[in-house]
Write a protein that binds this ligand. Structure first.
Ligand code: SAM
Length: 243
């Protein structure tokens, strides 16, 4: 049955690819990728010789028809992205949505994704969590997104570029308060680094302005509203009617 395979590829270390992913990439008739140069490197490393076709945000819609044509001609297709799992802050959603709507076969060949690696090494509650992906660029819009999470308890996962990570953390401090975070840099790569602690402390260290970052932020806890002064605490209890 002609199938669209959503294939995860490494997020850094070339070895982070599954045996099944290699098998499927070798078996399909065409591989849709973002940057053909990036994917060629991976294919060369695993001796895979399958034609590549560029699939990007700007041609996502027009490529849907092309993919349908491949599948109708009994060709199987794999979708990969430059790194990690396609559709996760990467193109592919429109294609998957359209193909499912038309009853085509869509399956996943799972593997690396930066969000899960960052979450499981964060020391921050792993359930429930919300994956936000990239925040908007403008402060007003960032504010709108983060404001919704001020009193929510789930952990938040955010993708960020190296030149904005410091700024984003300071916005988070203003909007969400001084929460625990884990900032993971260059996961699975040579300069893999984790900055863990409270936002204020992390902001005092110098974050490298190179590489790729994931920020994991603790959800709202009662300690966000903790009252430090014991006299104030007693007074607040009295006000609430405790004795
Ligand atoms: N599809 C990818 C995935 O499954 O993780 C994400 C693609 S998105 C365009 C790229 C962003 O993912 C980067 O800006 C960074 O936030 C995060 N990322 C990808 N690889 C990473 C790595 N090795 N270390 C840290 N963050 C990474």
């Amino acid at each position: 049955k002609p199938t669209l395979y959503i294939v995860s590829t490494p997020i850094g270390s070339l070895k982070d690819i599954t045996l099944r992913a290699i098998e499927v990439l070798k078996s399909v008739d065409i591989i849709l990728c973002e940057d053909t140069r990036v994917t060629s490197k991976l294919l060369d490393a695993y001796d895979i010789h399958v034609p590549l076709k560029s699939y990007q945000k700007f041609n996502e819609r027009s490529m849907v028809l092309q993919v349908i044509e491949y599948l109708d001609n009994k060709m199987s297709v794999a979708l990969v992205s430059d790194a990690g799992t396609p559709l996760i802050s990467d193109p592919g959603f429109i294609l998957v949505d359209e193909l499912i709507g038309k009853n085509y076969n869509v399956v996943s060949i799972p593997g690396a994704s930066a969000l899960l690696s960052a979450l499981v090494t964060s020391g921050i509650l792993t359930q429930p969590f919300t994956f936000i992906g990239f925040l908007p660029r403008k402060l007003g819009e960032i504010n709108k997104v983060l404001k919704d999470y001020v009193s929510r308890k789930e952990s938040l996962i955010i993708y960020e570029s190296p030149n904005r990570v410091q700024k984003t953390l300071s916005y988070m401090l203003d909007i969400l308060g001084n929460r625990r975070v884990s900032v993971a840099r260059e996961l699975t790569k040579k300069f893999e680094t984790y900055y863990r602690g409270y936002i204020k402390d992390i902001l005092e260290t110098t974050l490298d302005t190179r590489g790729e970052y994931v920020i994991v932020v603790e959800g709202s806890t009662t300690s966000d509203v903790k009252i430090e002064d014991p006299v104030e605490l007693v007074l607040s209890y009295m006000k609430q009617g405790y004795d």
